[in-house]
Write a protein that binds this ligand. Structure first.
Ligand SMILES: C[C@H]1O[C@@H](n2cnc3c(N)ncnc32)[C@H](O)[C@@H]1O
Length: 242
């Protein structure tokens, strides 16, 4: 497969937004200018389809948690919806002392933190694919114009919820410059890469995985309605700039 030349971004008229959980998707519905139409795909993935405030066609899809669900749901939606841009949005753990709960991370690369293909291949790399998946960054300047604060950096992804100092240190040792951690972004990135589609990843920090109360922070995040909605509103501003 010749994936050396991903197609370049050619105008985001049709946006596929993938998020893992229904509670994330609920926070993204204000992106529609009118009440969207609920769709259930042949494989059973639920989505909301409609039009953005700028008249773009938008499908917001719930993939389920983890790499396989994210990849399968995204693949099916690419074939059915034929998007021109893929967005992955969701909550994340922080991997940096400079990135706090409630902060937004816009990825400029994403990688797997739980892949190992043997001694000859760098840790994290699937043989035959990039170690760090490219992410569309031509819209970052538009994001800056919104004056919404965000960090630009790497995002590490794997099939584990991280809430242990030892695991945190292991990932930091392998990817010292990564800012955020999740369970879907690199799977969506590999799927976008195979389909030669541009991808953007925006993650909202819900927890601090190297702290003993990391999982409690994550759980609490879903109870903090006002805080959460305010942070998602900042993400809406970024997406409205696309
Ligand atoms: C558990 C869900 O929340 C995201 N998520 C939020 N915090 C973390 C963390 N500390 N470790 C892994 N995934 C996390 C994942 O992407 C998944 O969708």
């Amino acid at each position: 497969m010749d994936t050396n030349k991903p197609l370049r971004y050619g105008g985001a008229t049709k946006i596929l937004l993938v998020a893992a959980m229904p509670k994330e998707v609920q926070e993204l519905l204000p992106l529609f200018s009118e009440p969207p139409k609920k769709e259930v795909s042949p494989l059973g993935f639920e989505g909301w389809k409609g039009t953005t405030h700028k008249g773009q066609s938008l499908l917001v899809l719930t993939t389920g948690i983890g790499k396989v669900s994210a990849a399968v749901a995204t693949t099916e939606a690419i074939h059915l919806f034929a998007p021109s841009l893929i967005l992955n949005i969701g909550v994340s753990g922080t991997l940096s002392t400079s990135v706090e709960r409630g902060d937004i991370v816009v990825a400029n690369w994403v990688c797997y933190h739980d892949v190992y293909c043997g001694a000859e291949i760098p840790y994290g790399q699937v043989q035959g694919y990039p170690l760090r998946y490219p992410v569309e960054t031509s819209l970052v300047e538009k994001f800056r114009e919104t004056e919404v604060p965000f960090h630009l950096g790497g995002v590490a992804c794997g099939d584990r919820f991280l809430s242990s100092p030892a695991e945190f240190s292991f990932i930091k040792a392998n990817f010292p410059d990564a800012l955020a951690l999740d369970m879907e972004s690199a799977a969506v990135a590999q799927t976008a890469y195979i389909h030669r589609l541009p991808l953007m990843v925006i993650r909202l920090i819900s927890d601090t995985p190297d702290r003993a109360d990391g999982y409690a922070q994550y759980r609490r995040f879903w109870g903090e309605k006002a805080f959460r909605s305010e942070r998602f509103a900042a993400i809406h501003k970024l997406i409205n700039a696309i």
